[in-house]
Each structure stands twice: as structure tokens, then as C-alpha cells.
Ligand binder design. Structure first.
Ligand code: NAD
Length: 354
């Protein structure tokens, strides 16, 4: 298996293959970049069809974390871990202790946290063998669920989109279609409702929809009608690849800002949105509020310090929209370029200082 020649290898600083035969642990830790601070990124457990797939995922995800952190203006770098194994399998404390020992050997260059297939209990077990973990139980200093911060950032993305399009970020009577009423989507609905937005919601979970109807006066939309809903804003908060060849022609919304990861099916769909005149707030920027909170947990910053950083996603989104306009490029490309500039400048500072 090639590492340096792998498609997703992108000047990663370090890739560690972990094998603990006693605990039955096989994992890969990828540290993409530490110019801003320790590489931070969750520990994913997934039944990859092959080791190559696991490597590809950890390289891609760790790189993504570098740019997400750069755009969120937090002092952490990009990293990720994948444990090769069934996400639904019971995870023994022994397995997580072994994972913690491997992270400990990196001497603070990498900090882990929960991700798909792992949770608070696993992080609390990892905490027993390394201090380089966040997302632990609140009784052990954890900050709890980051989803409300993620939702707050998405809300800021919507406001920035409105400001850019209409010269006002006022949400009164603005029609917003929220797809997915889970941890992020429902919190987003609350923020929007408080500001007088008119909510349209869809979820496969009928209870969540009924709750939004009764608590927030939302109007239910069938899950298949989400993309063609006659609204001002579309907020995807369920799953990725929602902007694709089948949905592009159906959008009536002029602004897209949501919490879901990887909303563009392919990079070219970012360009297509630009051609259609739809303002797209890149997902990894709009949903960066959760990362701001977990970075704050690492640095023990109180809410009054990190909350304004979540709200600053508004300014970041405005600067992305401005750059996209000036350079006549898609917003996704504009965000990538700003991220690259910031990473390069941080790397130069590190090189100059050393
Ligand atoms: P969640 O599982 O709590 O909520 C997802 C919701 O989507 C559920 O209510 C589910 O019933 C609903 N859903 C599933 N299929 C649907 C469909 N076909 N149509 C409409 N709704 C459907 O997840 P979450 O934590 O709210 O995260 C939502 C998205 O945001 C995910 O893509 C996640 O990766 C991403 N994200 C979350 C965070 C966070 O802090 N939670 C941070 C960054 C990115």
C-alpha cells in the first residue's frame, strides 16, 4: 500500500499505523498540519472495505480539518484517526486504552475526540491512557454536545448570505427550508425562530417534525420536496451530496447554508451554483462552530471567550463572498484559497521562528 503516492496524500506531516495485537486494535492516525497548533480531529471507527480505503479516508479527513480550523480561526491543526473495525461493534475499554496509548506516544502533536462510530464513553476510556482527548464526560471536564455551536455557525452563514444578497441580515419573514431536525437542524430552527424566520422543515422522523410544528410554528414539507421548496434559504442538516446533478435544477432558494458535511456531490457543483446565482456558504466554514467549541474545550476557554468566535463565522462568510465576487470564482474555491493562504502564512511563521 502506497502512502506518499496516495491520491489523498497532501504533505501530511506524519502518518502512524497502530497495531496492538493484545487489544485487537488496528488504526491509522494522520497528522496533516500543526502550524496553528496540535492537530485536532475525531476518532472514527468504520468497517472499511480495505485498508487502502481507511488510509484514503484518514488522509482526506485530516487535511479537511486543517482548512476547517484555518477558516474558523482556532489555534489547532488538522488530524484524524480511523480505527479499522465495525462501527456498531461493542468497543471494549481495552481497545480504547490501546488507542489512548498510541496517541500518548505522539506527545501532544495530536488530540482526538468523538466521531462516527465513537462517543463520549469511548473518549472517557481513552482519557485513562492519554490526556490528549476532548469530548469526555462532563464530570471529567468535557464541554458537552458541540451541535448548538455548529447550529449557531450555520445561522451566521445564513445571515451573511442575506447581508450579501439583500444588504440586510434581518431574518424577519425570511423563508428557510431546514432539512434534518437532529442535533444541528433543530438548534438551527430555534435560532431562526427567535429572529422571526418562517420555518419549513423535513425529516424522516415524524416526531421531530411534529415537535418543530408545535414548538416553532414550522410548516412540514415532504422529504422529497425539500429541494424544490419555494423558500429564500435552504439549510441542509441531514446528510451530504445534496447539491448534485439531480437537485441543481430544482432549487428555488437563493442561499444555501447548512450543517451537513460534504454538501457538494462534486467540486464542479460549487461552480454550477455560482452560474445559477445561488449563494453557497461552504459547508466546512458554516458548520465550523462545533470545532470552535471543541478547540475551546481543549484550551479550557470559557463560553464568553469562544462564543464570539462562533459568531465570527458571519464575518468569515462575508469575506468569502467578497473574494468570490472579486475573483469571479465559486465560494467553495474562495474559501479554499483563503484557507490555503492562512495555512501558508502560519507555516512561514513557524519556519521563521525555528
Ligand atoms: P443527527 O443524526 O442528530 O440529525 C440528522 C437528522 O437528519 C435526523 O433527525 C434524521 O432523522 C434526519 N434525516 C435522515 N434522513 C433524512 C432525510 N432523507 N430527509 C430529511 N431528514 C433526514 O445529526 P447532526 O449531529 O444534527 O448532524 C447533521 C449533519 O451535520 C451531519 O451531516 C453531520 O455530519 C454534520 N455535522 C454535525 C456537527 C455537529 O456538531 N453535530 C458538526 C459538523 C457537521
Amino acid at each position: 500500500m502506497s502512502v506518499f503516492q496516495a491520491t489523498d496524500f497532501n504533505h501530511h506531516e506524519q502518518v502512524v499505523f497502530v497495531n496492538d495485537k493484545h487489544a485487537g486494535l488496528k488504526a491509522i492516525i494522520a497528522i496533516h498540519n500543526t502550524a496553528f497548533g496540535p492537530a485536532l480531529g475525531g476518532c472514527r471507527m468504520w468497517d472499511y472495505p480495505s485498508e487502502e480505503e481507511g488510509l484514503r479516508d484518514v488522509l482526506r479527513l485530516s487535511r479537511g480539518m486543517t482548512y476547517k480550523a484555518a477558516l474558523a480561526n482556532v489555534a489547532v491543526g488538522g488530524g484524524k484517526t480511523v480505527i479499522l473495525g465495525k462501527e456498531s461493534a461493542p468497543k471494549s475499554a481495552e481497545l480504547m486504552h490501546a488507542m489512548g496509548r498510541a496517541i500518548e506516544k505522539l506527545k501532544g502533536r495530536y488530540v482526538t475526540g468523538p466521531d462516527i462510530g465513537t462517543g463520549v464513553e469511548d473518549m472517557t476510556n481513552i482519557r485513562e491512557t492519554t490526556a490528549h482527548v476532548i469530548g469526555v464526560d462532563a464530570s471529567k471536564g468535557g464541554y458537552g454536545d458541540p451541535s448548538p455551536s455548529t447550529a449557531r455557525g450555520v445561522f451566521m452563514g445564513i445571515r451573511a448570505g442575506l447581508q450579501h444578497k439583500h444588504g440586510s441580515a434581518d431574518l424577519k419573514d425570511v423563508k428557510v427550508m431546514v432539512q434534518g431536525l437532529g442535533h444541528v437542524g433543530y438548534n438551527l430552527c430555534r435560532f431562526l425562530h427567535e429572529e422571526g424566520a418562517q420555518l419549513f422543515v423535513a425529516d424522516v422522523n415524524a416526531e421531530a417534525v411534529e415537535r418543530a410544528e408545535s414548538e416553532l410554528g414550522a410548516i412540514a414539507v415532504a422529504v422529497d420536496d425539500v429541494y424544490s421548496a419555494d423558500v429564500d434559504v435552504y439549510a441542509p442538516c441531514a446528510f451530504g451530496a445534496v447539491i448534485n446533478d439531480n437537485t441543481l435544477d430544482r432549487f428555488k432558494a437563493g442561499i444555501i447554508s447548512g450543517g451537513a458535511n460534504n454538501q457538494l456531490d462534486q467540486d464542479r457543483h460549487g461552480e454550477a451554483l455560482k452560474e445559477l446565482g445561488i449563494i453557497y456558504l461552504p459547508d466546512y466554514v458554516a458548520n465550523g462552530g462545533g470545532l470552535v467549541q471543541v478547540a475551546a474545550e481543549w484550551y479550557k476557554e470559557p463560553e464568553e471567550i469562544y462564543r464570539p468566535k462562533v459568531d465570527a463565522i458571519y464575518e468569515t462568510c462575508l469575506s468569502i463572498l467578497k473574494k468570490a465576487n472579486e475573483d469571479d470564482i465559486s465560494t467553495s474555491l474562495a474559501a479554499d484559497r483563503i484557507g490555503e493562504e492562512r495555512v501558508l502564512s502560519a507555516e512561514n511563521q513557524v519556519t521563521t521562528a525555528s
